[in-house]
Design a protein around this ligand. Sequence first.
Ligand code: C5J
Length: 221
Amino acid sequence: MPTIPDAKPFHYEFGIDHVALVCIDMQRDFCQAGGFAESLGDDLSKLQPCIPVIAKLQEAFRKAELPIIHTKECHKPDFSDLPTAKRNRGNPKLKIGDVGPMGRILIDGEPGADFIPECYPQEWELVISKPGKDTFYNTEFDDYLKMRKITHLIITGVTTEVCVQTTMRCANDRGYDCVLVEDGTDSFFPEFKEMTLKALVAQGGIVGWTATSDQVLKSLE
Ligand code: C5J
């Protein structure tokens, strides 16, 4: 059975037919200039280190013919899945739905809500459009995982303490065993990333595990 012996807080095992790579919100609106994050005043350079790491994990999962699930945080063009409170939060220069340099901010189908080229899904991979921070909320995620008998999730993406952490906590509550890839996630706030990585594995792995991308890649050899 594939094992990550040095995962934190202790070794992690998964059945090769029951594991998926989850790539959270590797979108132009978060990672590139002219998008949502920049309109909130965030420093985009903070999200760049995890990009080649996620690309490498995607390559390895594809080579091993293992499933990859991509999420994108976005809303319907008519705002029917966008709470007014979310639209107004943060007083951004460009609100969700406003027209920016990459089309309407965080609206499904617009260039900004699409994936960055480095982490772009293959056409046979599942893409989940999610209106919330939690990938389970109002999506087909849980049905898909159950249908494919996936019980173990290797989680990557941005941002660590928002959509990534929220999804991992909600997966844990549903019984999935999750590993967050330490160098496969980033935050605009490095101190939040550091605390999140510690908090998830505290108390004997109260939310799950963390491991480096090298450790994950080794487990697939
Ligand atoms: C945020 C996310 N930070 N993908 N979304 O608004 O973490």
